[in-house]
Design a protein around this ligand. Sequence first.
Ligand code: AMP
Ligand code: ZN
Length: 487
Amino acid sequence: MADGAPITLYNSLTRQAEPLRPLVPGEVGVYTCGPTVYSYAHLGNMRPYVFSDTLRRVLEWKGLRVRQVVNITDVGHTVGETDLGEDKVEAAARRELKSVREVTAHYTAAYLHDIARLNVRTPSDLPRASDYVPQMLDFARTLDERGYTYRIDSGLYFDTARSPGYGTLAQISMEGQREGARLETVPGKRNKADFAVWRTEAPGQRRVMRWDSPWGPGVPGWHLECSVMSIDLLGRHFDIHTGGVDHREIHHVNEIAQSEAYLESDRPWVTHWLHNEFVLLRNRKVAKSEGGAPLLQDLVDDGLHPLAYRYFLLTATYRSQLELTDAAVRGASSALRRLAGRAQALRPLPDVPTLTAAAAAMTTEAGRAALRRLDEALSDDLNTPRALADLNTAARGDDLPDTDLATLLAAADTVLGLSLDELHPADLDGRADVSTVDEQLRDRLAQREDARKRRDWPESDRIRDEIAEAGWRVVDTPEGPVLEPLR
Ligand code: AMP
Ligand code: ZN
């Protein structure tokens, strides 16, 4: 049992919020579909990882042991998500005049760097698909022996007609799904929704990445990878599978079909399916194919702190779409700066890694009530916007004694991952828009401008030093003076 309020999570499988009842009491297995490492992950791609990290943090904070697997897809994911298309990684290697290994190593490192900057805790396991090909071959062989698959020139295909519940997750009728799912025509496919478990090389074709198989040399299907790695690391059945909402319609539907065929068990393969909604840019999904999708590094280059982006993601529930705008991310940055400023005055924050530890450290009823509210918001399908709103109210008000506010901030930090224990408020904006800094600082800046106009350099320097003491460097630009934090 988890500590505190009961955890309910919205389950895409049943389209309703359901209590979390771990298969093994006290332990939770979580599998998150990870990145395909053929290009930089954009800001939209960061959402599934911040979301599953927040989920993990909440579960651990409530006393559960979590094993979290995030896979790295370095083979098998084709351009356009088709069965016959080129491998995304091989296409990138060709484009960049690099080897496949150089491409995957480079983008894997970039991904790990980004998630670390977002305070995403390192998952328990980060399996690479190319390391699991023998297990994938075994899995495919089992499906084949049991008659779930059929052989055509382009590979081994899963026969979705053999899967009675096919499409339940996507909530599409079997007929609708079969007819509507695929536009690509693959000669010999029995049903439109059938998908490749193994993709055999065409005669004359020679892929860079290839393995021998009973169905000819080739590569595993992308869907197969997640089924195999998750079952290998988390066991035949596990609690939670997460991913972006686009996976709900095909990728996860196919994972379920082949895993249930493989397990031949009478209960669902995975209990809870959780899907995060998209980050939008000008009303459309941020996507690699659009070209120029913004990266975390772009925000950093604009003077923002990566954690301002984490805060921004937490301002919406994971199940709602989130429009990415400069104003919204800067607003998140200011809000985080205020929280970090409040926390700074109370540092060092106490070490309260769990809800139970935080509850024991509270000294007043008001403190305990604030902690309860935090727990209730997060246990309610990870309602991070409510948790943040309550936290900001508590930080602004004076209802809590300092010790309890420090405990509350430390507790919130454990689950939200915002580095409130160490973030310097001045780290949050590379350049502060002068209109956003406090009035006193604005006045001093105006006085310095006057002094400069009067050519009173000693006075201008004196004011500059004073502003530096407040933690800011004045930088004169053609648009007027701006402030940069002094570190
Ligand atoms: P990919 O590396 O393209 O396979 O995508 C990695 C993850 O990012 C998947 O879980 C996608 O569902 C997710 N994703 C892609 N675009 C967005 C977006 N704009 N907002 C949120 N999640 C996204
Ligand atoms: Zn997957």
